[in-house]
Design a protein around this ligand. Structure first.
Ligand SMILES: Nc1ncnc2c1ncn2[C@@H]1O[C@H](C[S@+](CC[C@H]([NH3+])C(=O)[O-])CC(=O)[O-])[C@@H](O)[C@H]1O
Length: 319
Protein backbone atom coordinates (compact mmCIF):
# COMPACT_ATOMS: atom_id res chain seq x y z
CA UNK A 1 0.00 0.00 0.00
CA UNK A 2 2.90 2.36 0.67
CA UNK A 3 5.23 1.33 -2.18
CA UNK A 4 4.84 4.68 -3.95
CA UNK A 5 6.00 6.39 -0.75
CA UNK A 6 9.05 4.13 -0.37
CA UNK A 7 10.00 4.79 -4.00
CA UNK A 8 9.58 8.52 -3.61
CA UNK A 9 11.83 8.80 -0.54
CA UNK A 10 14.71 6.77 -2.00
CA UNK A 11 17.47 9.26 -2.81
CA UNK A 12 15.66 12.00 -0.88
CA UNK A 13 16.32 13.64 2.49
CA UNK A 14 13.92 11.07 3.93
CA UNK A 15 15.78 8.00 2.74
CA UNK A 16 16.82 7.18 6.33
CA UNK A 17 13.18 6.27 7.03
CA UNK A 18 13.33 3.42 4.55
CA UNK A 19 15.02 1.27 7.20
CA UNK A 20 12.23 1.50 9.75
CA UNK A 21 8.92 2.50 8.17
CA UNK A 22 8.13 -0.63 6.11
CA UNK A 23 8.11 -2.84 9.22
CA UNK A 24 5.92 -0.36 11.10
CA UNK A 25 3.47 0.00 8.24
CA UNK A 26 3.35 -3.76 7.63
CA UNK A 27 2.51 -4.26 11.30
CA UNK A 28 -0.19 -1.59 10.99
CA UNK A 29 -1.67 -3.38 8.00
CA UNK A 30 -1.71 -6.73 9.77
CA UNK A 31 -2.81 -5.77 13.26
CA UNK A 32 -4.38 -2.40 13.46
CA UNK A 33 -6.97 -2.41 10.72
CA UNK A 34 -10.41 -1.16 11.59
CA UNK A 35 -13.36 -3.38 10.65
CA UNK A 36 -14.60 -0.84 8.13
CA UNK A 37 -11.26 -0.23 6.45
CA UNK A 38 -11.71 -2.95 3.82
CA UNK A 39 -15.21 -1.68 3.04
CA UNK A 40 -13.78 1.82 2.57
CA UNK A 41 -11.13 0.41 0.21
CA UNK A 42 -13.90 -1.19 -1.88
CA UNK A 43 -15.79 2.10 -1.98
CA UNK A 44 -12.62 3.85 -3.18
CA UNK A 45 -12.38 1.41 -6.11
CA UNK A 46 -15.93 2.32 -7.16
CA UNK A 47 -15.30 6.07 -7.36
CA UNK A 48 -15.88 7.20 -10.96
CA UNK A 49 -12.77 7.60 -13.09
CA UNK A 50 -12.21 11.09 -14.41
CA UNK A 51 -9.52 13.37 -15.80
CA UNK A 52 -9.89 16.63 -13.87
CA UNK A 53 -9.44 19.56 -16.27
CA UNK A 54 -7.98 21.83 -13.56
CA UNK A 55 -5.95 21.17 -10.40
CA UNK A 56 -6.05 24.13 -8.04
CA UNK A 57 -4.02 24.09 -4.83
CA UNK A 58 -2.85 27.63 -4.35
CA UNK A 59 -6.01 29.46 -3.23
CA UNK A 60 -8.28 26.48 -2.60
CA UNK A 61 -8.28 22.72 -3.13
CA UNK A 62 -10.32 22.15 -6.29
CA UNK A 63 -9.82 19.28 -8.72
CA UNK A 64 -11.80 19.30 -11.97
CA UNK A 65 -15.23 20.72 -12.75
CA UNK A 66 -18.74 19.40 -13.25
CA UNK A 67 -18.04 19.21 -17.00
CA UNK A 68 -15.42 16.50 -16.47
CA UNK A 69 -18.03 13.84 -15.60
CA UNK A 70 -21.62 13.16 -16.57
CA UNK A 71 -24.57 13.70 -14.22
CA UNK A 72 -24.89 10.01 -13.36
CA UNK A 73 -21.21 9.82 -12.43
CA UNK A 74 -21.52 12.94 -10.31
CA UNK A 75 -24.48 11.42 -8.41
CA UNK A 76 -22.42 8.28 -7.82
CA UNK A 77 -19.45 10.36 -6.65
CA UNK A 78 -21.61 12.19 -4.09
CA UNK A 79 -23.21 8.96 -2.83
CA UNK A 80 -19.83 7.21 -2.45
CA UNK A 81 -18.12 10.18 -0.78
CA UNK A 82 -20.95 10.20 1.77
CA UNK A 83 -19.76 6.75 2.89
CA UNK A 84 -16.71 8.50 4.34
CA UNK A 85 -18.72 10.89 6.55
CA UNK A 86 -18.08 12.72 8.82
CA UNK A 87 -16.02 15.05 6.62
CA UNK A 88 -14.39 17.38 9.14
CA UNK A 89 -11.49 19.14 7.42
CA UNK A 90 -11.75 20.97 4.09
CA UNK A 91 -13.46 22.42 2.06
CA UNK A 92 -12.75 20.59 -1.19
CA UNK A 93 -14.24 20.95 -4.65
CA UNK A 94 -14.16 17.67 -6.54
CA UNK A 95 -15.47 17.50 -10.10
CA UNK A 96 -18.04 20.18 -9.34
CA UNK A 97 -19.06 18.65 -5.98
CA UNK A 98 -18.84 21.17 -3.14
CA UNK A 99 -17.50 19.14 -0.23
CA UNK A 100 -18.44 21.60 2.49
CA UNK A 101 -16.75 20.23 5.61
CA UNK A 102 -17.34 20.92 9.32
CA UNK A 103 -14.24 23.15 9.48
CA UNK A 104 -13.19 26.03 7.26
CA UNK A 105 -9.61 24.72 7.44
CA UNK A 106 -8.71 27.27 4.76
CA UNK A 107 -9.23 30.06 7.32
CA UNK A 108 -6.58 28.56 9.62
CA UNK A 109 -4.25 28.33 6.62
CA UNK A 110 -4.85 31.98 5.67
CA UNK A 111 -4.06 33.05 9.25
CA UNK A 112 -0.72 31.25 9.47
CA UNK A 113 0.68 31.47 5.93
CA UNK A 114 1.97 35.08 6.15
CA UNK A 115 4.07 34.20 9.21
CA UNK A 116 5.92 31.02 8.22
CA UNK A 117 9.08 30.45 6.18
CA UNK A 118 8.44 29.96 2.47
CA UNK A 119 7.54 26.34 1.74
CA UNK A 120 9.01 26.22 -1.75
CA UNK A 121 11.20 23.10 -2.23
CA UNK A 122 10.86 22.12 1.44
CA UNK A 123 10.46 18.63 2.88
CA UNK A 124 7.43 18.84 5.16
CA UNK A 125 5.78 16.74 7.87
CA UNK A 126 2.21 17.42 9.05
CA UNK A 127 1.60 15.64 12.36
CA UNK A 128 -2.12 15.04 12.94
CA UNK A 129 -2.89 15.97 9.36
CA UNK A 130 -6.51 14.74 9.44
CA UNK A 131 -7.59 13.94 5.88
CA UNK A 132 -4.72 16.03 4.52
CA UNK A 133 -6.41 19.34 3.68
CA UNK A 134 -3.45 21.51 4.76
CA UNK A 135 -1.00 19.12 3.07
CA UNK A 136 -2.54 20.03 -0.30
CA UNK A 137 -2.15 23.72 0.52
CA UNK A 138 1.54 23.05 1.40
CA UNK A 139 1.97 21.44 -2.01
CA UNK A 140 0.26 24.50 -3.48
CA UNK A 141 3.04 26.62 -1.96
CA UNK A 142 5.64 24.60 -3.87
CA UNK A 143 6.79 22.08 -1.24
CA UNK A 144 9.04 19.33 -2.61
CA UNK A 145 7.36 16.55 -0.64
CA UNK A 146 4.66 16.57 2.03
CA UNK A 147 4.23 13.66 4.45
CA UNK A 148 1.31 13.49 6.85
CA UNK A 149 1.00 11.32 9.97
CA UNK A 150 -2.43 10.59 11.43
CA UNK A 151 -3.64 7.36 13.05
CA UNK A 152 -7.25 7.74 11.88
CA UNK A 153 -8.11 5.17 9.23
CA UNK A 154 -11.20 7.07 8.14
CA UNK A 155 -9.07 10.13 7.41
CA UNK A 156 -6.67 7.96 5.41
CA UNK A 157 -9.60 6.74 3.29
CA UNK A 158 -10.78 10.34 2.79
CA UNK A 159 -7.27 11.31 1.74
CA UNK A 160 -7.18 8.41 -0.74
CA UNK A 161 -10.50 9.57 -2.25
CA UNK A 162 -9.15 13.09 -2.84
CA UNK A 163 -5.77 11.76 -4.05
CA UNK A 164 -7.50 9.67 -6.72
CA UNK A 165 -8.31 12.90 -8.55
CA UNK A 166 -4.80 14.37 -8.17
CA UNK A 167 -2.43 11.38 -7.85
CA UNK A 168 0.63 13.51 -7.09
CA UNK A 169 3.74 11.49 -6.11
CA UNK A 170 4.74 14.27 -3.69
CA UNK A 171 2.05 13.87 -1.02
CA UNK A 172 1.70 10.85 1.30
CA UNK A 173 -0.33 10.10 4.42
CA UNK A 174 1.05 7.54 6.90
CA UNK A 175 -1.49 6.09 9.36
CA UNK A 176 0.82 6.44 12.36
CA UNK A 177 0.82 8.52 15.53
CA UNK A 178 3.71 10.88 16.24
CA UNK A 179 4.91 8.58 19.02
CA UNK A 180 5.40 5.76 16.48
CA UNK A 181 7.51 7.75 14.02
CA UNK A 182 11.21 6.96 14.06
CA UNK A 183 13.39 9.98 14.84
CA UNK A 184 14.36 11.35 11.40
CA UNK A 185 15.85 14.83 11.99
CA UNK A 186 15.14 15.31 8.29
CA UNK A 187 12.21 17.68 7.78
CA UNK A 188 12.61 21.36 6.94
CA UNK A 189 9.22 22.26 8.40
CA UNK A 190 7.07 20.29 10.84
CA UNK A 191 3.46 21.35 11.29
CA UNK A 192 1.33 20.13 14.15
CA UNK A 193 -2.07 21.70 14.39
CA UNK A 194 -4.85 20.67 16.74
CA UNK A 195 -2.91 17.79 18.32
CA UNK A 196 -1.09 19.05 21.45
CA UNK A 197 -4.21 19.07 23.64
CA UNK A 198 -4.84 15.41 22.73
CA UNK A 199 -1.44 14.36 24.12
CA UNK A 200 -1.12 13.26 27.75
CA UNK A 201 2.50 14.29 27.87
CA UNK A 202 2.86 17.58 26.00
CA UNK A 203 6.58 18.13 26.64
CA UNK A 204 7.41 14.68 25.28
CA UNK A 205 5.20 15.56 22.32
CA UNK A 206 7.15 18.77 21.65
CA UNK A 207 10.43 16.83 21.90
CA UNK A 208 9.08 14.27 19.39
CA UNK A 209 8.25 17.08 16.96
CA UNK A 210 11.78 18.42 17.44
CA UNK A 211 13.21 14.97 16.66
CA UNK A 212 11.64 15.16 13.20
CA UNK A 213 13.25 18.52 12.32
CA UNK A 214 16.70 19.09 10.87
CA UNK A 215 18.82 21.68 12.66
CA UNK A 216 17.52 25.11 11.69
CA UNK A 217 14.14 23.65 10.67
CA UNK A 218 10.85 25.33 11.58
CA UNK A 219 8.04 24.13 13.80
CA UNK A 220 4.53 25.47 13.17
CA UNK A 221 2.41 24.59 16.18
CA UNK A 222 -1.29 25.34 16.56
CA UNK A 223 -3.34 24.46 19.60
CA UNK A 224 -6.11 25.58 21.95
CA UNK A 225 -4.91 28.07 24.58
CA UNK A 226 -6.29 29.90 27.60
CA UNK A 227 -5.56 33.45 28.76
CA UNK A 228 -2.99 33.71 31.52
CA UNK A 229 0.68 33.86 32.47
CA UNK A 230 3.59 31.46 32.06
CA UNK A 231 2.34 29.25 34.88
CA UNK A 232 -1.27 28.90 33.79
CA UNK A 233 -2.45 25.65 32.25
CA UNK A 234 -5.95 24.18 32.20
CA UNK A 235 -6.26 20.44 32.74
CA UNK A 236 -9.99 19.94 32.22
CA UNK A 237 -12.14 17.25 33.78
CA UNK A 238 -13.42 14.32 31.82
CA UNK A 239 -14.58 16.53 28.95
CA UNK A 240 -13.68 19.86 27.38
CA UNK A 241 -16.19 21.14 24.78
CA UNK A 242 -17.63 17.59 24.91
CA UNK A 243 -14.27 16.11 23.79
CA UNK A 244 -13.07 13.29 26.02
CA UNK A 245 -9.39 13.21 25.16
CA UNK A 246 -8.25 16.71 26.11
CA UNK A 247 -5.37 16.94 28.57
CA UNK A 248 -3.40 20.20 28.63
CA UNK A 249 -4.55 23.66 27.50
CA UNK A 250 -1.70 26.09 28.28
CA UNK A 251 -1.60 29.87 28.05
CA UNK A 252 0.49 31.23 25.17
CA UNK A 253 3.20 32.25 27.63
CA UNK A 254 3.28 28.75 29.13
CA UNK A 255 3.59 27.22 25.68
CA UNK A 256 6.44 29.58 24.75
CA UNK A 257 8.15 28.58 28.00
CA UNK A 258 7.68 24.85 27.27
CA UNK A 259 9.14 25.28 23.77
CA UNK A 260 12.20 27.01 25.23
CA UNK A 261 12.58 24.25 27.83
CA UNK A 262 12.53 21.60 25.11
CA UNK A 263 15.28 23.52 23.29
CA UNK A 264 13.57 25.51 20.54
CA UNK A 265 14.67 29.07 19.75
CA UNK A 266 13.05 32.11 18.05
CA UNK A 267 9.73 31.15 19.63
CA UNK A 268 6.96 33.53 18.49
CA UNK A 269 3.20 33.61 18.93
CA UNK A 270 2.03 34.83 15.52
CA UNK A 271 -1.74 34.49 15.81
CA UNK A 272 -4.40 34.04 18.46
CA UNK A 273 -8.14 34.01 17.88
CA UNK A 274 -11.40 32.70 19.27
CA UNK A 275 -12.93 30.00 17.03
CA UNK A 276 -16.11 31.39 15.49
CA UNK A 277 -19.36 29.55 14.87
CA UNK A 278 -18.78 30.14 11.14
CA UNK A 279 -15.42 28.36 11.19
CA UNK A 280 -16.67 25.11 12.82
CA UNK A 281 -20.25 24.10 12.10
CA UNK A 282 -22.58 21.30 11.03
CA UNK A 283 -22.95 20.82 7.25
CA UNK A 284 -24.55 18.23 4.98
CA UNK A 285 -21.16 16.42 5.04
CA UNK A 286 -20.87 16.44 8.87
CA UNK A 287 -24.24 16.01 10.52
CA UNK A 288 -23.04 15.42 14.11
CA UNK A 289 -22.87 18.07 16.82
CA UNK A 290 -20.47 20.93 16.21
CA UNK A 291 -19.13 24.01 18.02
CA UNK A 292 -22.54 25.58 18.71
CA UNK A 293 -23.49 22.46 20.68
CA UNK A 294 -20.21 22.52 22.65
CA UNK A 295 -20.72 26.05 24.02
CA UNK A 296 -22.94 27.26 26.86
CA UNK A 297 -26.13 28.51 25.13
CA UNK A 298 -26.46 31.27 27.75
CA UNK A 299 -22.81 32.38 27.49
CA UNK A 300 -20.89 31.45 24.34
CA UNK A 301 -17.60 32.61 25.92
CA UNK A 302 -17.78 29.36 27.92
CA UNK A 303 -17.87 25.70 26.95
CA UNK A 304 -20.86 23.65 28.03
CA UNK A 305 -18.72 22.46 30.99
CA UNK A 306 -17.99 26.07 32.07
CA UNK A 307 -14.40 26.32 30.79
CA UNK A 308 -13.19 29.18 28.55
CA UNK A 309 -14.46 28.66 24.97
CA UNK A 310 -11.81 27.46 22.49
CA UNK A 311 -9.32 30.04 21.32
CA UNK A 312 -6.45 28.89 19.19
CA UNK A 313 -2.90 30.16 18.83
CA UNK A 314 -0.24 29.61 16.17
CA UNK A 315 3.36 29.51 17.39
CA UNK A 316 6.49 29.34 15.25
CA UNK A 317 9.84 28.09 16.57
CA UNK A 318 13.24 27.07 15.21
CA UNK A 319 15.28 23.97 16.05
N1 LIG B 1 -0.77 10.55 18.47
C1 LIG B 1 -1.16 11.20 17.40
N2 LIG B 1 -0.28 11.47 16.41
C2 LIG B 1 -0.68 12.12 15.29
N3 LIG B 1 -1.95 12.55 15.11
C3 LIG B 1 -2.85 12.31 16.06
C4 LIG B 1 -2.51 11.64 17.25
N4 LIG B 1 -3.62 11.54 18.02
C5 LIG B 1 -4.63 12.13 17.33
N5 LIG B 1 -4.16 12.59 16.15
C6 LIG B 1 -4.91 13.24 15.08
O1 LIG B 1 -4.86 14.64 15.28
C7 LIG B 1 -5.92 15.23 14.54
C8 LIG B 1 -6.49 16.37 15.34
S1 LIG B 1 -7.62 17.40 14.43
C9 LIG B 1 -6.57 18.52 13.58
C10 LIG B 1 -6.48 18.30 12.09
C11 LIG B 1 -5.64 19.30 11.31
N6 LIG B 1 -4.22 19.24 11.67
C12 LIG B 1 -6.16 20.70 11.47
O2 LIG B 1 -5.50 21.51 12.11
O3 LIG B 1 -7.24 20.99 10.96
C13 LIG B 1 -8.23 18.43 15.68
C14 LIG B 1 -9.32 17.87 16.46
O4 LIG B 1 -10.17 17.15 15.90
O5 LIG B 1 -9.43 18.18 17.69
C15 LIG B 1 -6.94 14.13 14.26
O6 LIG B 1 -6.99 13.91 12.88
C16 LIG B 1 -6.40 12.93 15.02
O7 LIG B 1 -6.64 11.69 14.35
Amino acid sequence: MFNAFYQRILNSKLQGLIHSLPALLDAWYKDALHGEFHQWQKTLKNLPDAQPSVLELKDKVAFGSADDINQGQQKRLIALLKNFMPWRKGPYELLGVDLNTEWRSDWKWDRLLPHISELKDRTILDVGCGNGYHMWRMLGEGADIVVGADPSQLFLAQFQAIHKYNPSPDIHLLPLGIEQLPKSEAFDTVFSMGVLYHRRSPLDFLAQLKDQLRNGGELVLETIVIDGDQNQVLVPGERYAKMRNVWFIPSCDALVHWLHRVGFSNVKVVDKCVTSLDEQRKTEWMENESLVDFLDPADPTKTIEGYPAPQRAVIIATK
